[in-house]
Design a protein. Sequence first.
Length: 358
Amino acid sequence: MPARNISEVTRETWMNEVFPDWGTWLNEEIDGTEVPHGKFTMWWLGNMGVWIKTDRQTNIAVDLWCGTGKTTHNKPDMSARHQWSRLTGGRKIQPNLRTTPMVIDPFAIRTLDALLVTHFHHDHIDMNVAAAIVHNVERPIPLIGPQCVVDQWLAWGVPAERCQVVHPGDEVRIKDVTIHVVESFDRTVLITDPVKVETNSGSTDIPDMDERAVNYVIETTAGTIYHAGDSHYCTYYAEHGASFDIDVALLAYGENPVSVQDKMTSVDVLRASEALNTNVVIPLHWDVWSNMLADPHEVETLWKMRRERFGYRFHPLCWLPGGRFVYPDDRNKLEYYHDRGFDDRYTHPIDLPYTSFL
């Protein structure tokens, strides 16, 4: 119950009243959406998190993360083994503050058929989400990911029987959905130390990417979604594009700081989309970190410059966190905007002194 007097207001009442930012609005929208035959619907949960609902009402969540970035300046420097220390030789903490609202309440999720995670970076895998799913989802659904992801879940106390390890080449069937596991191209994860793995500074051993990260091709009866996790650009996208009939590609796009190559650039997004032979590309991940904040309109502008020259057959979409995307209805849409409301205008008499007041 909200406080009724300032004497009842505390930091805890404030947090309980305003967090998560959207409350259960999006949970209710997802639960209440009946996807028509021949379509699938997606919601963007922020970062690389997406919720997919099929026309058989199957629910799949991918990389659902409900955490935060830096919350105080009072942090120690990065360790020598931190991926950014290894990559840049720097030690100062990354000033990555979360810039987007929390649009979903993981503890209000009751109906879900599977959680997929692409890799173990902690803006893609979340202890809060794992706990909420294990304790609150009505059925004991699988938590699916590569070995290092499962190792992290196990370290957090997720029951082993709930975890499913996958590798490129695997197929997982969830009701009417077939999940094809394919190679990741996330080079940053190769220099990130996972849980339970002992590493030595200066080692020249190259880790096995397939144990650390995967991409997913999620095939529904109404279309196929390619989720690239945090993959960089790679020429092997063309093999994935030749092997699967991809309708929508979700790619990690961001503005890389000097000395860092962590996200695809706008050119990379277009090259990957062309190679994947997708119908729609949606750049994600640009929204969340203050120090890597990007503008998806750059992708759209570059697409307009190049589409005739290269014969692009795909459209980019500038999405917003919490937004809904329906395929194939929205396949040619270039920009998403939230519901503007007031569609019930003039269904009741207006209450003004005179009409010209308007």
